[in-house]
Ligand binder design. Structure first.
Ligand code: IPE
Ligand code: IPE
Ligand code: MG
Length: 261
Protein backbone atom coordinates (compact mmCIF):
# COMPACT_ATOMS: atom_id res chain seq x y z
CA UNK A 1 0.00 0.00 0.00
CA UNK A 2 1.20 3.53 -0.73
CA UNK A 3 2.28 5.67 2.18
CA UNK A 4 2.72 9.39 2.62
CA UNK A 5 6.20 9.68 4.14
CA UNK A 6 5.78 13.29 5.27
CA UNK A 7 2.59 12.43 7.12
CA UNK A 8 4.28 9.37 8.56
CA UNK A 9 7.27 11.35 9.85
CA UNK A 10 5.02 13.94 11.43
CA UNK A 11 2.94 11.17 13.01
CA UNK A 12 6.00 9.68 14.73
CA UNK A 13 7.47 12.96 15.86
CA UNK A 14 8.91 13.69 18.33
CA UNK A 15 10.31 10.21 18.82
CA UNK A 16 10.63 8.33 22.11
CA UNK A 17 13.88 7.61 23.95
CA UNK A 18 13.90 3.93 23.03
CA UNK A 19 12.24 3.94 19.63
CA UNK A 20 12.02 6.16 16.57
CA UNK A 21 10.67 5.80 13.07
CA UNK A 22 14.30 5.72 11.88
CA UNK A 23 14.72 2.36 13.66
CA UNK A 24 12.35 0.83 11.13
CA UNK A 25 13.15 -0.28 7.60
CA UNK A 26 10.24 1.20 5.66
CA UNK A 27 10.97 -1.19 2.83
CA UNK A 28 10.15 -4.16 5.06
CA UNK A 29 6.92 -3.23 6.78
CA UNK A 30 4.75 -6.35 7.22
CA UNK A 31 1.83 -6.15 4.85
CA UNK A 32 -0.68 -7.80 7.19
CA UNK A 33 -0.50 -7.35 10.97
CA UNK A 34 -2.97 -9.07 13.26
CA UNK A 35 -3.63 -8.22 16.89
CA UNK A 36 -5.16 -10.08 19.84
CA UNK A 37 -6.40 -7.07 21.79
CA UNK A 38 -6.25 -8.44 25.33
CA UNK A 39 -6.16 -6.99 28.83
CA UNK A 40 -9.01 -4.47 28.88
CA UNK A 41 -10.44 -5.96 32.05
CA UNK A 42 -7.12 -6.04 33.91
CA UNK A 43 -6.37 -2.48 32.81
CA UNK A 44 -9.63 -1.34 34.39
CA UNK A 45 -9.28 -3.47 37.51
CA UNK A 46 -5.77 -2.09 38.11
CA UNK A 47 -7.41 1.35 38.29
CA UNK A 48 -10.27 0.25 40.51
CA UNK A 49 -12.69 0.61 37.60
CA UNK A 50 -15.35 -1.66 36.18
CA UNK A 51 -14.14 -3.95 33.36
CA UNK A 52 -16.44 -2.12 30.97
CA UNK A 53 -14.30 1.01 31.32
CA UNK A 54 -11.41 -1.01 29.96
CA UNK A 55 -13.36 -1.94 26.87
CA UNK A 56 -14.31 1.69 26.33
CA UNK A 57 -10.66 2.76 26.75
CA UNK A 58 -9.65 0.02 24.32
CA UNK A 59 -11.56 1.74 21.53
CA UNK A 60 -9.09 4.65 21.64
CA UNK A 61 -6.19 2.23 21.21
CA UNK A 62 -7.93 0.61 18.27
CA UNK A 63 -8.56 3.95 16.57
CA UNK A 64 -4.89 4.89 16.95
CA UNK A 65 -3.86 1.46 15.70
CA UNK A 66 -5.97 1.80 12.55
CA UNK A 67 -4.43 5.21 11.86
CA UNK A 68 -0.91 3.91 12.55
CA UNK A 69 -1.51 1.02 10.15
CA UNK A 70 -2.68 3.36 7.40
CA UNK A 71 0.28 5.72 7.97
CA UNK A 72 2.71 2.80 7.79
CA UNK A 73 1.10 1.60 4.56
CA UNK A 74 -0.14 -1.81 5.67
CA UNK A 75 -2.32 -3.71 3.22
CA UNK A 76 -4.31 -5.28 6.03
CA UNK A 77 -4.87 -4.99 9.76
CA UNK A 78 -6.94 -7.64 11.51
CA UNK A 79 -7.95 -7.59 15.15
CA UNK A 80 -9.61 -10.07 17.51
CA UNK A 81 -12.50 -8.30 19.21
CA UNK A 82 -14.79 -11.13 20.39
CA UNK A 83 -14.24 -14.86 20.34
CA UNK A 84 -16.73 -17.71 20.10
CA UNK A 85 -15.76 -18.43 23.73
CA UNK A 86 -16.43 -14.88 24.93
CA UNK A 87 -20.20 -15.62 25.05
CA UNK A 88 -19.34 -17.35 28.36
CA UNK A 89 -18.79 -13.97 30.01
CA UNK A 90 -21.44 -12.38 32.23
CA UNK A 91 -24.42 -11.32 30.14
CA UNK A 92 -23.93 -7.70 31.12
CA UNK A 93 -20.40 -7.65 29.73
CA UNK A 94 -21.45 -9.38 26.51
CA UNK A 95 -24.26 -6.87 26.03
CA UNK A 96 -21.95 -3.97 26.68
CA UNK A 97 -19.45 -5.25 24.13
CA UNK A 98 -22.12 -5.76 21.46
CA UNK A 99 -23.43 -2.27 22.11
CA UNK A 100 -19.91 -0.84 22.03
CA UNK A 101 -19.19 -2.52 18.68
CA UNK A 102 -22.29 -0.97 17.15
CA UNK A 103 -21.86 2.55 18.52
CA UNK A 104 -18.14 2.62 17.80
CA UNK A 105 -18.54 1.51 14.23
CA UNK A 106 -21.09 4.22 13.51
CA UNK A 107 -18.85 6.81 15.14
CA UNK A 108 -15.72 5.70 13.31
CA UNK A 109 -17.19 5.41 9.80
CA UNK A 110 -15.96 8.94 8.92
CA UNK A 111 -12.41 7.78 9.75
CA UNK A 112 -12.78 4.83 7.38
CA UNK A 113 -14.00 7.18 4.67
CA UNK A 114 -11.23 9.69 5.30
CA UNK A 115 -8.53 7.01 5.27
CA UNK A 116 -10.09 4.99 2.42
CA UNK A 117 -10.21 1.91 4.69
CA UNK A 118 -12.23 -1.09 3.59
CA UNK A 119 -13.98 -3.01 6.31
CA UNK A 120 -14.52 -6.74 6.56
CA UNK A 121 -15.54 -9.12 9.30
CA UNK A 122 -14.20 -12.48 10.38
CA UNK A 123 -16.66 -14.72 12.19
CA UNK A 124 -20.29 -15.72 12.23
CA UNK A 125 -22.23 -12.48 12.35
CA UNK A 126 -25.64 -14.17 12.23
CA UNK A 127 -25.46 -14.81 15.99
CA UNK A 128 -25.06 -11.11 16.82
CA UNK A 129 -27.83 -8.87 18.14
CA UNK A 130 -29.79 -7.32 15.27
CA UNK A 131 -28.62 -3.78 15.94
CA UNK A 132 -24.95 -4.81 15.88
CA UNK A 133 -25.50 -6.92 12.79
CA UNK A 134 -27.25 -4.06 10.96
CA UNK A 135 -24.50 -1.58 11.77
CA UNK A 136 -21.85 -4.05 10.62
CA UNK A 137 -23.73 -4.51 7.37
CA UNK A 138 -23.91 -0.74 6.95
CA UNK A 139 -20.14 -0.54 7.51
CA UNK A 140 -19.55 -3.20 4.87
CA UNK A 141 -21.80 -1.46 2.36
CA UNK A 142 -20.37 2.00 2.96
CA UNK A 143 -16.73 0.97 2.66
CA UNK A 144 -17.06 -1.63 -0.12
CA UNK A 145 -15.65 0.75 -2.75
CA UNK A 146 -12.68 1.86 -0.68
CA UNK A 147 -9.35 0.93 -2.18
CA UNK A 148 -6.99 1.48 0.77
CA UNK A 149 -6.13 -0.73 3.72
CA UNK A 150 -8.38 -3.65 4.66
CA UNK A 151 -9.46 -3.58 8.29
CA UNK A 152 -10.75 -6.98 9.40
CA UNK A 153 -12.63 -7.15 12.69
CA UNK A 154 -12.96 -10.64 14.16
CA UNK A 155 -16.26 -10.84 16.03
CA UNK A 156 -17.83 -14.12 17.14
CA UNK A 157 -14.73 -15.61 15.59
CA UNK A 158 -13.22 -18.96 16.54
CA UNK A 159 -10.69 -20.81 14.47
CA UNK A 160 -12.12 -24.25 15.15
CA UNK A 161 -15.62 -23.12 14.17
CA UNK A 162 -14.14 -21.54 11.04
CA UNK A 163 -12.35 -24.73 10.01
CA UNK A 164 -15.34 -26.91 10.85
CA UNK A 165 -17.51 -24.72 8.64
CA UNK A 166 -14.98 -25.00 5.81
CA UNK A 167 -14.95 -28.81 6.13
CA UNK A 168 -18.72 -28.93 6.05
CA UNK A 169 -18.96 -26.75 2.93
CA UNK A 170 -16.44 -28.86 1.04
CA UNK A 171 -18.06 -32.10 2.21
CA UNK A 172 -21.45 -30.88 1.03
CA UNK A 173 -20.03 -30.12 -2.42
CA UNK A 174 -18.38 -33.50 -2.57
CA UNK A 175 -21.56 -35.33 -1.63
CA UNK A 176 -23.50 -33.26 -4.20
CA UNK A 177 -21.01 -34.45 -6.78
CA UNK A 178 -19.70 -30.97 -7.68
CA UNK A 179 -16.31 -31.45 -6.03
CA UNK A 180 -13.81 -34.28 -6.37
CA UNK A 181 -12.14 -34.76 -2.94
CA UNK A 182 -8.86 -35.32 -4.79
CA UNK A 183 -9.01 -31.66 -5.88
CA UNK A 184 -9.02 -30.32 -2.33
CA UNK A 185 -5.75 -28.51 -1.75
CA UNK A 186 -4.49 -25.89 0.72
CA UNK A 187 -5.60 -23.01 -1.49
CA UNK A 188 -9.12 -24.42 -1.61
CA UNK A 189 -9.25 -24.79 2.17
CA UNK A 190 -7.98 -21.20 2.56
CA UNK A 191 -10.68 -19.99 0.22
CA UNK A 192 -13.34 -21.37 2.57
CA UNK A 193 -12.06 -19.47 5.61
CA UNK A 194 -13.35 -16.07 6.73
CA UNK A 195 -10.01 -14.61 5.63
CA UNK A 196 -10.45 -15.79 2.01
CA UNK A 197 -8.40 -13.66 -0.32
CA UNK A 198 -6.29 -12.05 2.42
CA UNK A 199 -2.59 -12.84 2.72
CA UNK A 200 -1.65 -14.56 5.99
CA UNK A 201 -0.53 -12.20 8.75
CA UNK A 202 3.22 -11.70 8.86
CA UNK A 203 3.14 -10.37 12.40
CA UNK A 204 0.83 -11.24 15.28
CA UNK A 205 0.79 -8.96 18.30
CA UNK A 206 -0.81 -10.02 21.58
CA UNK A 207 -1.13 -7.56 24.43
CA UNK A 208 -1.25 -8.26 28.18
CA UNK A 209 1.36 -10.98 28.21
CA UNK A 210 -0.62 -14.17 27.60
CA UNK A 211 1.32 -16.76 25.60
CA UNK A 212 -1.56 -18.44 23.81
CA UNK A 213 -3.68 -18.10 20.69
CA UNK A 214 -7.11 -18.42 22.29
CA UNK A 215 -8.58 -20.03 19.16
CA UNK A 216 -7.42 -17.25 16.83
CA UNK A 217 -6.42 -17.82 13.17
CA UNK A 218 -4.89 -21.24 13.82
CA UNK A 219 -4.53 -21.98 10.10
CA UNK A 220 -3.46 -18.51 9.00
CA UNK A 221 -0.75 -18.07 11.67
CA UNK A 222 1.21 -21.18 10.62
CA UNK A 223 4.35 -19.12 9.82
CA UNK A 224 3.54 -15.79 11.45
CA UNK A 225 6.03 -14.04 13.73
CA UNK A 226 4.70 -13.40 17.25
CA UNK A 227 5.24 -10.33 19.40
CA UNK A 228 3.81 -10.46 22.92
CA UNK A 229 3.84 -7.32 25.02
CA UNK A 230 2.94 -7.07 28.71
CA UNK A 231 1.15 -3.81 27.99
CA UNK A 232 -2.62 -3.96 28.42
CA UNK A 233 -4.58 -3.17 25.27
CA UNK A 234 -5.78 0.30 26.42
CA UNK A 235 -2.10 1.29 26.86
CA UNK A 236 -1.09 0.10 23.38
CA UNK A 237 -0.08 2.96 21.10
CA UNK A 238 1.81 3.82 17.91
CA UNK A 239 5.16 3.45 19.73
CA UNK A 240 4.51 -0.07 20.92
CA UNK A 241 3.36 -0.87 17.40
CA UNK A 242 6.73 0.41 16.16
CA UNK A 243 8.58 -1.72 18.74
CA UNK A 244 6.70 -4.76 17.47
CA UNK A 245 7.72 -4.01 13.89
CA UNK A 246 11.34 -3.44 14.95
CA UNK A 247 11.29 -6.83 16.65
CA UNK A 248 9.72 -8.42 13.56
CA UNK A 249 12.43 -6.93 11.34
CA UNK A 250 15.11 -8.48 13.52
CA UNK A 251 13.86 -12.02 12.92
CA UNK A 252 15.06 -14.62 10.46
CA UNK A 253 12.00 -15.98 8.71
CA UNK A 254 13.02 -19.40 7.51
CA UNK A 255 9.69 -21.06 6.65
CA UNK A 256 11.28 -24.40 7.35
CA UNK A 257 14.26 -23.77 5.10
CA UNK A 258 17.77 -22.50 5.80
CA UNK A 259 19.19 -19.02 5.49
CA UNK A 260 22.35 -18.78 3.42
CA UNK A 261 24.81 -16.52 5.17
C1 IPE B 1 -9.91 -8.16 25.71
O1 IPE B 1 -9.80 -7.81 27.05
C2 IPE B 1 -11.24 -7.80 25.12
C3 IPE B 1 -12.13 -8.92 24.84
C4 IPE B 1 -11.86 -10.17 24.96
C5 IPE B 1 -13.46 -8.57 24.38
P1 IPE B 1 -10.33 -8.78 28.19
O2 IPE B 1 -11.75 -8.42 28.48
O3 IPE B 1 -10.09 -10.19 27.85
O4 IPE B 1 -9.43 -8.33 29.41
P2 IPE B 1 -8.72 -9.27 30.46
O5 IPE B 1 -7.92 -10.27 29.67
O6 IPE B 1 -9.81 -9.92 31.24
O7 IPE B 1 -7.86 -8.36 31.26
C1 IPE C 1 -8.94 -13.49 23.37
O1 IPE C 1 -8.92 -12.95 24.64
C2 IPE C 1 -10.13 -12.97 22.65
C3 IPE C 1 -10.06 -11.56 22.31
C4 IPE C 1 -9.09 -10.75 22.53
C5 IPE C 1 -11.23 -11.07 21.65
P1 IPE C 1 -9.54 -13.74 25.88
O2 IPE C 1 -9.33 -12.83 27.05
O3 IPE C 1 -10.91 -14.14 25.59
O4 IPE C 1 -8.62 -15.02 25.94
P2 IPE C 1 -8.31 -15.99 27.14
O5 IPE C 1 -9.60 -16.35 27.77
O6 IPE C 1 -7.42 -15.25 28.08
O7 IPE C 1 -7.60 -17.14 26.51
MG1 MG D 1 -8.54 -11.46 28.16
Amino acid sequence: MERDEDLLRAYFSPSRDDIALEDIDLGRIPSHVSIIMDGNGRWAQARGLDRSKGHVAGVDSLRETVTTSVRLGLDALSVYAFSTENWKRPQREVELLMHLFATTLVKELPLFHQENVRLRFLGDLTALPKKTFDVFQQGLDETADHTGMTFALAVNYGSRAEMTRACRTLAERASAGTLDPADIDEAMVSSQLYTAGMPDPELLIRTSGELRLSNYLLWQLAYTEFYVTDMYWPDFDRWEFLRAIRSFQGRDRRFGGVINR
